[in-house]
Design a protein around this ligand. Sequence first.
Ligand SMILES: NC(=O)c1ccc[n+]([C@@H]2O[C@H](COP(=O)([O-])OP(=O)(O)OC[C@H]3O[C@@H](n4cnc5c(N)ncnc54)[C@H](OP(=O)(O)O)[C@@H]3O)[C@@H](O)[C@H]2O)c1
Length: 280
Amino acid sequence: MKTIVITGVTSGIGKTLMMALLERGDKVVGIGRSRSRLFALDEDFKAKGYRSYRLIKADFQSLKEIKDAGESIRKNFTQGIDVLINNAAQMTKVNATTNDGFETQFQVNHLAPVVLTHALLPLLKMTNGIVITTASNAHRKAKYDPDDLQATKSYSPLRSYCRTKLYNVLFTRGLNEHVLKDTDVRAYAVHPGLVRTDIANKESSTFYKFSFRFFMKLKGIETDEAIKSYLHLIDHGMDQDIFYVSESKEGKLSKAAMDDTHRDHLWKETLTLLDITFSD
Ligand SMILES: NC(=O)c1ccc[n+]([C@@H]2O[C@H](COP(=O)([O-])OP(=O)(O)OC[C@H]3O[C@@H](n4cnc5c(N)ncnc54)[C@H](OP(=O)(O)O)[C@@H]3O)[C@@H](O)[C@H]2O)c1
């Protein structure tokens, strides 16, 4: 039985993954942004007879809520956790800024995983655990612009989303390179496939809603297929140098994702923006 923390459990891939882990007896902490959806999930889990879970409310548009969630897990899981799965993300249609002053997708999709990983790393070190961040092959469409990390110059929601998925990969590489090298903790990024979820139907524009719905219907896989890479990583890990995983094997990275200058630039800028270090 493993202790696993997953973000974004109230729908899509995260929900299916949490249920699959509970079904096989793991202990799972699920994080979601909506109190009512968490309540409904709780009712559903109780009806299914699951007992070994905890649900925490944290909207990643607030850095404080992410830090509070991390703090609560640290207080309650003093024996450590085995796996952190940074899965939550959103697609927005407008160029909006959070109360913390960051472009919304930049904060929710990139900064939130960094903050939560920073908070929970001491627990992962206790078990030689793993960090999995849900990236996407959409990262291959992104360019790295060191002068416009939040993609606010001539804003496009899709461009911003793709960049945050590139950052998920670069962050995973940065974490392995700058923090985990001398430890037995490993970080992975996963491309779950094109998956039939509502991610593009929630806050994106009518154009994206229409085109994503069309593509997902045509080519998408179901969430129970998409979670196989996560289960494989949790149970078996990967060969030493593989960190980007798709369909339970090594995924294909873009040039920008493999670039060490980008990796190190994003790492330094992100820690400066958040005013954290991983050595504390
Ligand atoms: N679907 C695909 O084809 C595809 C392909 C590649 C990668 N991905 C990635 O897979 C991951 C899961 O996405 P999905 O497809 O399963 O979509 P989804 O069903 O929309 O799941 C996203 C999850 O993130 C949560 N979330 C969104 N904004 C949040 C915020 N501000 N604070 C906290 N949680 C928030 C959502 O909460 P609510 O339930 O309240 O909305 C939901 O639980 C994402 O990282 C996505 O980028 C998806």
